[in-house]
Design a binder for this molecule. Structure first.
Ligand SMILES: [Zn+2]
Length: 238
C-alpha cells in the first residue's frame, strides 16, 4: 500500500493545509468571525514540520496564541487558556476566539506511518516522534510512568494517553494518533468549560490530524464547531 492507499483507508477525507484553513475561515466568517475581531490559538506539535499549519493560520487570522506541547497535547491548562481568552478585541460586546487543535503523523511514499524525510538529512525520520517513542515503549512491554522532571511533557503525555487505551492493548501509530486527537479535544473542551464566559465569548474548536505526505501536508478534519451566543453550530468543512 502506498501513501494514497493508506490515506484513503484511514482518513476518509483530507485537504491541503491551505484549503483546510481557508475553508474553516470562510465558514467562521459566515458566523461573524474574521481576522479583525478574532484571535486564533494553536495546539499543535512542537515539531518544525508542523509549523507550516501554524504559519497558514497566522497568515489568515493574524498572530496566534500558542497553547502547544509535544504531540499537540493540551497542557497549557486553565492558566494558559485564561491568558489566551483575555486577548481578543471586543466588538459589539463580544470576544471571538478560534482554537486549532491537531496532533500529527507522517506517512511516507510506501505508506509507512510515522516516517518522513527531513531536508538536509540522510535516511528516514519520525513524526510524531513523541507518539512514536510512547508507542515503542508500550510495544516493548515496559512503560515508565514516573514524572520525570527532565522530561515533563513526555511524562504527562504518556500518563494522559494511557488512560484512553484499553488495558494491555498496544495501538499502532495511526490508532494512537487518533486517540491523541480525541484526548486533545476533550482536554481543551473540559478546560474551556471552566474558563470561558459564553455570555461574552464566541469561539470555535477546530480539530483534526495533520498529515505529512511525501510531497505535501494535509489535514483530516475531525470535529469542527463554533459556539455563538452560547449555541453550538457544526461547521461544514467541505
Ligand atoms: Zn510531533
Amino acid at each position: 500500500m502506498g501513501f494514497d492507499d493508506v490515506l484513503k483507508r484511514y482518513f476518509d477525507r483530507v485537504y491541503t493545509e491551505v484549503d483546510f484553513v481557508k475553508k474553516t475561515y470562510s465558514s467562521l466568517k459566515d458566523l461573524g468571525f474574521n481576522d479583525d475581531n478574532t484571535i486564533a490559538a494553536t495546539c499543535i506539535c512542537r515539531d518544525e514540520i508542523s509549523q507550516t499549519l501554524r504559519s497558514i493560520i497566522k497568515h489568515m487570522w493574524g498572530e496566534a496564541f500558542n497553547l502547544s506541547s509535544l504531540a499537540g497535547m493540551f497542557f497549557a491548562g486553565k492558566t494558559g487558556l485564561s491568558a489566551a481568552m483575555h486577548h481578543a478585541p471586543v466588538e459589539d460586546g463580544k470576544e471571538r476566539y478560534v482554537f486549532y487543535a491537531l496532533p500529527h503523523i507522517a506517512i511516507d511514499s510506501d505508506g509507512k506511518p510515522g516516517v518522513c524525510r527531513r531536508e538536509g538529512r540522510e535516511g528516514a525520520s519520525t513524526a510524531c516522534g513523541a507518539l512514536a517513542a510512547f508507542q515503542k515503549e508500550m510495544a516493548g512491554g515496559r512503560l515508565n510512568l514516573a514524572l520525570d522532571n527532565e522530561d515533563v511533557e513526555q511524562s504527562l503525555l504518556k500518563t494522559r494517553l494511557l488512560g484512553e487505551i484499553p488495558y494491555g492493548k498496544v495501538p499502532d501509530l495511526i490508532e494512537l494518533t487518533k486517540i491523541t486527537q480525541t484526548a486533545i479535544q476533550a482536554d481543551l473542551e473540559r478546560t474551556l468549560d471552566k474558563v470561558v464566559n459564553k455570555d461574552i465569548s464566541n469561539y470555535a474548536v477546530i480539530t483534526g490530524i495533520q498529515i505529512h505526505g511525501p510531497e505535501n501536508n494535509y489535514v483530516w478534519p475531525a470535529e469542527c464547531y463554533a459556539i455563538v451566543n452560547g449555541k453550538q453550530i457544526h461547521l461544514k468543512v467541505e
